[in-house]
Design a protein around this ligand. Structure first.
Ligand SMILES: Nc1ncnc2c1ncn2[C@@H]1O[C@H](COP(=O)(O)OP(=O)(O)OP(=O)(O)O)[C@@H](O)[C@H]1O
Ligand SMILES: [Mg+2]
Length: 344
């Protein structure tokens, strides 16, 4: 049996997330999610990607109304807050600064602790927002727009990264292939949806590094293979769009699931947690769940709405850090980059 993670039992923590293109605030009461508001900056889609300066300006406009709405939905007054947590790394610098400075203002004026939170570490603990919780040690497959890694989580703050992508992140591959298929940005959710009526065996795209002993990943080869296939068979965009999407998705899912299950076996870990935007993917969830149960393991994740960026996970990790006395001063800085391996 694993060890239960000690959950925050009291206090009302406000979480703030502004690292990329979602402005989000959430209220956590003890370890129960009381509210979460996510305002997505949809206007970036017409540029085919996030424009950093526009993201910062949009965060500035929406952060206060989003916090007010989160407090109202939780039926909590600002004076009842016992701590405030904000993403301070990694992310777009201007965007991070909006959330961190708002959190500093609240901490200073209310006289409550401030906690800076690592965005990827917070994705990992998004699994604790659900009723069925992982036990330690667990294996986390982090699959998001900017990251793909396998992490052994031994305790809050104690991690071993056993593998990561050498090039594109899984979400990036979904977005780039989706763009080639004319599905807009971000394309992950659309690829997921149309793949449901597609044939995953229509075309066999490569499964890079699937049987290599290392736990690293590489997704740019799959993307290039789709590119060449579409160049040579442009007609499939109209005749077999769903089949090509499903075939691409199957290649990514096969690699992720095969390596994750192998790692769980090698390190004798029972609980497998999948988090980050791509963990919302229906095929990935189904395959991980099936393969985990075949070997007597548990597959855990969070609800799809909390797979992508949100402040509920920031409040959760903030509360867990607060339990450990890990608070920050008003000198808390924002950093565009900081690998998870540096947190220990
Ligand atoms: N159902 C889905 N299937 C596949 N991919 C998905 C799905 N839903 C979202 N995604 C992908 O998830 C990514 C966004 O995830 P997330 O919000 O966690 O990433 P990010 O915050 O941009 O990156 P990071 O967390 O690495 O900084 C996008 O690439 C999007 O296409
Ligand atoms: Mg994210």
């Amino acid at each position: 049996m694993g060890t239960t993670i000690p959950l925050p039992s009291e206090g009302i923590v406000l979480g703030i997330e502004t690292s990329c293109d979602e402005t989000s605030a959430a209220v956590l009461r003890g370890s129960e999610l009381a509210s979460v508001i996510i305002s997505s900056q949809l206007f970036h889609s017409k540029y085919g990607g996030v424009i950093p300066e526009l993201a910062s300006r949009a965060h500035l406009k929406t952060i206060i109304p989003v916090i007010e709405e989160a407090l109202a939905q939780a039926n909590v007054s600002v004076k009842e807050l016992t701590a405030v947590a904000a993403t301070n790394t990694p992310g777009l610098m201007g965007a991070l600064l909006v959330g961190v400075n708002t959190a500093k203002g609240l901490a200073l004026s209310l006289g409550i602790p401030l906690i800076g939170v690592h965005h990827i570490e917070a994705h990992i603990f998004s699994a604790l927002l659900e009723a069925e919780k992982p036990e330690l040690p667990f294996l986390a497959l982090v699959v998001s727009g900017g990251h793909t890694m396998l992490v052994i989580v031994k305790a809050v703050g104690v991690y071993t990264v056993i593998g990561k992508t050498l090039d594109d992140a899984a979400g990036e591959a979904f977005d780039k292939v989706g763009k080639m298929l004319g599905l807009g940005y971000p394309a992950g959710p659309v690829v997921d949806r149309i793949s449901k009526t597609g044939n995953p065996n229509f075309m066999r795209f490569p499964r890079p590094m699937i049987y290599e002993t290392s736990y690293d990943f590489s997704f740019s080869g799959i993307k290039t293979s789709v590119l060449y296939y579409l160049r040579d068979h442009p007609e499939v965009i109209t005749t077999h769009l769903n089949d090509v999407a499903a075939s691409f998705q199957q290649a990514v899912v096969d690699v992720l699931v095969t390596k994750t299950i192998r790692a769980a076996k090698e390190f004798s870990i029972r609980d497998i947690v999948c988090v980050g935007g791509v963990s919302a993917n229906t095929a990935l969830r189904a395959a991980l769940s099936e393969e985990a149960s075949k070997t007597g393991r548990r597959f855990l994740t969070t609800r799809p709405m909390l797979s992508t960026d949100n402040a509920a996970m920031i409040a959760m990790l903030g509360a867990l850090k607060l339990e450990q006395g890990l608070t920050d001063t008003l000198a808390l800085s924002s950093q565009a980059r900081s690998p998870l391996s540096t947190i220990q």
